[in-house]
Each structure stands twice: as C-alpha cells, then as structure tokens.
Design a protein around this ligand. Structure first.
Ligand SMILES: [Zn+2]
Length: 411
C-alpha cells in the first residue's frame, strides 16, 4: 500500500471543465448524445488524454474505449471507468466524472512512478444513457456478450439513424473484439444521482448492488376523430386511455411500497392537434426494484391494468419490451476494496444500492465488480444543476485510486 498517495484535485476539476465545454448548451449544461458530433469530440479528447498518459488505446467494435497501462506481471488487469455520453440536457458529472477520475488515478500513478502488479485499464463505454439508441448500457451489454454485436450495430435511433452507420461516421468502429480484455475486477466511480449521501452528510457510498429495471413502450390505438362532433360515449380516445395507465403507475408504487419506482418519461400523441381526439399514443414506462420478484409483480400489475383499460375504453394496446435489467449484487472482494479504501482515507461511508442503471451492473454479470458513489447535491442529476462538492469529487477519486491499488496488487 501507498497510504499517502493522493490525486490532484485541481487537475481533475480542470479536465471536468474542459470536457464540459464539449457539447455545452447556451442555457447551461451539456448535451452529448451517443455517437453525435459532440460525442465524437469528447471521445477524441479522451483518447488524446489517454495517449498523453502513455496508455495504449484500444477501441472495440461497438466503440468502447480502453486505455491500458501495463502491469509488472501479465496477470488479468483491473478495469475502471464509466461513460462519457450524456442525456439530452445534462450536467457535467454523470459518467464523465468516473472516466476522468480514472484518468486522474493514472496521472497520479505516473507522476509517482508507481507500478502495479496487474495492468490497469481505463474504460469508457458506448451509449450508456440509452437516450438516442433505446438500449441503455449498450456498450457494456455487448462487452459481456448479452447483446449480440450485429444487433447493436443494426439498432435504430430515435432520430432514425443506424447505430453502426453513426459509429463508422464518427470513426469509432474499432477492430477489437468486445470482451477481449478480461478484467480481474471492474470498478466504477459515479455521482449518486440520488439524495441519500447528501442528506446523511456522508462522503462515500460503498455500492453493494443495483436495482432491476424494466423499460416498456406502450402503444395505445384508438380512433382519431373530431373533438366537437364525436359524442363522449362514442369515442375511442387513446389519450384518455394513456392518461389512465400513467395515473395507475402511482397505484403500483403504493401497492408495492418502497423502493418500487414507476415513471412515464416520454409520451407522444398522434395527430397531436387541439381539436382532434388522439388516435394513437406511444409512451414509455420505467419500473425499478432491487428485488426480482417485486419487479415482476409490478410489471404483472401494469399488464393486468392494461387489459382493464382496453375493455373500458375500446382501444387496442400493444406493449413493446425495450429493456429488462436484472437486479445485481456486487462482488464482496471488490466491495471490500472500496470499503477499506474509504476507511483508510478516514472518510465517512455507508453501504448502498444504486437506483440507477450503470455499466458496472452489466460487467458484474461476468466479472467481479462494484461501485463507489459520491454525494449529489439535493440528489439532482440528468440536469444542468447536477453538482457535487469539489472536495467530494476528490475524495471519490482517492477512494477509486486506493481501491484500484488494493486490487491491482492482489495475486
Ligand atoms: Zn452515468
């Protein structure tokens, strides 16, 4: 152990600011949807930084980026990182913080000429957010073999673009086979994106698992007709049917209790006109629970209710499965390394379950993995107002550094 080794806070903050200028929005915040021009610029910047730190850069076939630092032995490497794509209107920390803190760890080790037994790999996974291509954590899902490469490349974006074409266009369709670098352990540092640490006044979340997620698209088909001449009892109003379903989401969470979550985040009406009864409505449902059986129960309740609405409103309803992510328990060895690092650094910490999806949960299906959280002020995220105290950003990066060193010196 090198107990006194610390990352350079100023350098970490400078890199975060520089990255936040790529895809910066006039009204504040950043927008770097996966495989857009801003995402390409951010990738180029990341690769330049990796090369400047003497990392060997490898890009895989779905655009995941890896920066490799050799170890003293050829044993399996410790991989750590996150993602640099963002939601449409984002803050500057989500994902990017984990990748740039990983770079900062490498910079610190280089500066102190500190070698590790195991190689180190900084990772940035493609399309974690799943906004443009509706498959969150796409890069890590392909990496662990849960999403076939060809299926990922053929995916259509919300703007009609093809994933594989956009990947080619920005120059990040690499030659490496996903999964070719097999980590001994995977670690991901991330802002909490929730209010728990902030409220408790604690610095480090030792993340022991991730909640399960079900993403559905629900399409309601009624009949578009005149808003004035169609009597109320002769309507097949897709808008009303959708409203009933969305309202029912609260009844699902009430029935199942904490920590069940249910959200409708996207909705579109057709023809979307003031004097026309909606003929078709498409909306999404996001269900989350860390217990597999409760998550299944929530989905079953929703599907049962859809049948009721079909009968009541005379509409047709189709359900498309966009994503099912099983809840995950992280690996005790990696969790232990995080906890030891926080304790040795004298930081307050608590065990947590993540309510958001992360690449670490996909990696955990195949490799020992865990996560580190730092506080998000007021729990705000996916929003330009996303903020973490710079000292906490530094603390998180130091925990990452020491947890990685712990793992990288293990046989
Ligand atoms: Zn993220």
């Amino acid at each position: 152990m090198t107990p006194r080794l610390r990352i350079n806070k100023v350098r970490l903050l400078e890199r975060l600011d520089e990255m936040a200028r790529i895809g910066a929005l006039e009204a504040g915040g950043v927008s770097r949807l996966s495989l857009t021009d801003p995402d390409k610029q951010a990738r180029d910047q990341l690769v330049r930084w990796m090369e400047a730190l003497n990392l060997t850069v490898q890009i895989d076939r779905v655009g995941n980026i890896f920066g490799i630092r050799p170890g003293q032995t050829g044993s399996l490497p410790v991989m750590f990182g996150s993602h640099i794509d963002t939601v449409s209107v984002a803050g500057k920390l989500d994902g990017t913080y984990g990748v740039l803190a990983a770079l900062e760890c490498i910079a610190t080790l280089n500066e102190h000429n500190k070698q590790t037994l195991r190689p180190l790999v900084v990772a940035a996974f493609t399309n974690e957010e799943g906004v443009r291509y509706a498959s969150g954590m796409l890069g890590s899902a392909v990496y662990v073999g849960e999403l076939p490469i060809e299926q990922a490349l053929d995916m259509r974006g919300v703007d009609g673009s093809r994933f594989g074409d956009e990947l080619q266009r920005i120059g990040y369709a690499g030659p490496m086979q996903p999964g070719a670098i097999e980590p001994y352990a995977y670690l991901e540092l991330h802002i909490e994106q929730g209010p728990v640490l902030d409220r408790a006044g604690q610095t480090i979340g030792v993340v022991e698992g991730v909640t399960g997620i079900t993403w559905l698209e629900i399409i309601v088909i009624g009949a578009a007709n005149h808003a004035g001449t169609t009597p109320m009892d002769m309507r097949r109003d897709a808008g009303l049917a959708a409203a009933k379903v969305i309202t029912y989401l609260r009844e699902i969470t009430a029935a199942l209790g904490e920590p069940q979550r249910a959200t409708c985040g996207r909705l579109s009406f057709e023809p979307n006109a003031i004097n026309v009864i909606p003929g078709r409505v498409a909306f999404t449902v996001d269900l989350r629970n860390p217990e597999p059986s409760d998550l299944r129960r929530a989905e079953a309740m929703l599907r049962e209710y859809l049948q009721k609405v079909v009968a009541e409103e005379g509409v047709k309803i189709e359900v498309r499965d966009l994503e099912h992510v099983q809840p995950v328990r992280f690996d005790p060895l990696v969790i232990g390394a995080v906890e030891r690092a926080a304790r040795r650094l004298g930081l307050s910490y608590r065990p947590m379950i993540s309510g958001a999806g992360h690449d670490a949960q996909l990696m955990a299906h195949k490799y020992p993995a865990a996560m580190i959280f730092v506080p998000s002020r007021d729990g705000i995220s996916h929003n330009p107002a996303e903020y973490t105290d710079p000292n906490d950003l530094a603390h998180g990066a130091n925990v990452l550094l020491h947890a990685v060193l712990d793992l990288a010196t293990r046989h």
